[in-house]
Design a protein around this ligand. Structure first.
Ligand code: ATP
Length: 459
């Protein structure tokens, strides 16, 4: 499976999906940049999520809140005091590791949410069996807790800066909680309703490995759903069901998904599950679906001094809404989609690599080729078709090299349809359309091409 990881990373670089951050300066750990096809894939994934979460739902609205927020927000949320991972440093090579991850390697369960004391106890008991993942030695410092919030120097001209720094947000949902009242007062929503947002989050991750899985800058797609306390668990079950179905609709194989129920719940949570995906290094968290009680709004109410309760005008009753949430990273989704799509297969005695993305996620939907680049009539016709189709889909024009080579390139970037204009096209006004998955070719009338593709691609 390590092998699959290397293959995906190398294809992503070679074909312009994902580059290591700041590469010409020697790289920048745990930060990645999306290339031309990666940016298309990211946009398609976000579009799909937004469509599912907002466009198709009568009870969910969107939000785009700022990355910089009042420092008090991170105190209220508990991040300043408690958003930390347990860390040890190898005394030999000075590489830092997360203790819960080291313990997991030898099959001992620990949780980053445990207290320092609890985790220290488990660490001491198992210390002799642990190995530094970098140098293999067994000589560690004691466990300490490492806060993950990333500080900025915004506002460092105030006296209070050292005590109350401005952070880059560690999660997007805080922007939702602090705007809950604004949305309630300005949009046509009533409980139960949700607020959805896509945006960047930043964490000082101790060990950032495994490609896009754990990066220090990443995007989250989060939906917070506000409910009456008595409805929390019913709505939670509905959300879990909807999120599972979402991945199946995205074309994920069900055997590559599984639920993981949290054993160590934070004190306010009613229930918490993760949806895990079978990444090339094994199953791990793709998304969290959590029932959070009324913790978030109560905390912000206490810290801000603003009443964040909801008034049910029919029943004349006031209460603090409970929240259920769905939270997933864009990068982890991209990684899962790449893993799901990566295929090597033999066609006519030759191995081909093909990214079998669901058609609505493919970065390029249609590639248009004139059979030969030195025949002006063919090129002109192909250009006309390209100019027409690109109004509706992301298209690519390619007249470089032989057709087989052009197909291979499009297979590797996962283009579902290649349209070739040949000499017959000039006489009969038709083209061949080659299907990525079957490699079968069909002749389609140029006049019917748009409709044909639209039907097949269906966004
Ligand atoms: P983990 O246990 O893997 O550190 P978490 O439980 O802290 O993750 P949450 O705070 O619940 O993660 O964040 C919700 C989602 O955001 C995760 O399910 C994941 O998809 C994404 N996410 C969190 N941290 C990262 C990261 N460092 N890089 C990429 N995506 C991330």
């Amino acid at each position: 499976m390590e092998n699959l990881m290397n293959k995906i990373v190398s294809l992503c670089k070679r074909r312009g999906f994902i580059y290591p951050g700041s590469e010409i300066y020697g790289g920048f750990s745990a930060v990645y940049d999306y290339g031309p096809y990666g940016a298309e894939l990211v946009n398609a994934i976000k579009r799909e999520w937004w469509k599912n979460m907002v466009q198709l739902r009568d009870d969910i609205v969107g939000l785009d809140s700022a990355i910089f927020m009042h420092p008090k927000i991170w105190e209220a949320s508990g991040h300043v005091a408690g958003f930390s991972d347990p860390l040890v440093e190898c005394k030999k090579c000075h590489i830092r590791s997360r203790v819960d991850h080291l313990l997991a390697e030898i099959g001992v369960e620990a949780d980053e949410k445990m207290s320092e004391e609890e985790i220290n106890k488990i660490f001491s008991k198992n210390k002799n069996n642990l190995k530094c993942p970098n140098c293999g030695q067994n000589d560690f410092t004691d466990v300490s807790k490492f806060n993950l919030l990333v500080k900025s120097n915004l506002g460092n001209f105030t006296d209070n800066w050292e005590k109350e720094p401005v952070y880059l947000r560690g999660e997007t949902c805080q922007g939702i909680y602090v705007n809950y009242k604004n949305v309630l007062d300005s949009a046509r929503v009533r409980i139960p309703f949700g607020i959805a947002q896509i945006g960047k989050a930043f964490r000082n991750e101790i060990t950032a490995r495994q490609f896009l899985f754990r990066t220090r800058e990443f995007e989250q797609m989060e939906m917070q759903y506000f409910v009456h306390p008595n409805e929390e668990m019913k709505e939670y079950e509905k959300l879990r069901e909807a999120r599972w179905q979402y991945y199946l609709n995205l074309g994920f194989k069900e055997e590559n998904l599984k639920w993981n129920k949290h054993k160590n719940l934070v004190f306010y949570a009613r229930e918490a599950y993760d949806i895990e995906y079978n990444f090339p290094f094994g199953f791990d968290e793709l998304e969290g679906v959590h029932a959070r009680g009324n913790y978030d709004l109560s905390q912000h109410s206490n810290f801000s001094g603003k009443d964040l309760s909801y008034f049910n005008s029919e029943k004349k009753k006031k209460y603090i809404p409970h929240i259920i949430e769905s939270s997933v990273g864009v990068g982890r989704t991209v990684f899962a989609v790449l893993t799901e799509a990566y295929t090597e297969e033999e066609i006519d005695g030759e191995v081909r690599i093909v990214m079998k993305f669901p058609k609505n996620l493919s970065p390029i939907k249609v590639a248009i080729f004139p059979l030969l680049r030195n025949k002006p009539d063919l090129v002109k016709k192909a250009k006309e078709i390209y100019d027409d189709l690109k109004k509706e889909h992301m298209c690519e024009f390619d007249d470089n090299g032989n057709i087989g080579k052009r197909y291979r390139r499009q297979d590797e970037i996962g283009t579902p349809f290649c349209v070739t204009i040949d000499f017959e096209s000039l006489e009969k006004n038709d083209v061949t359309v080659r299907d990525r998955d079957t490699t079968k070719q069909e002749r389609i009338k140029i006049g019917e091409l748009k409709e044909y593709l639209k039907e097949k691609i269906k966004i």
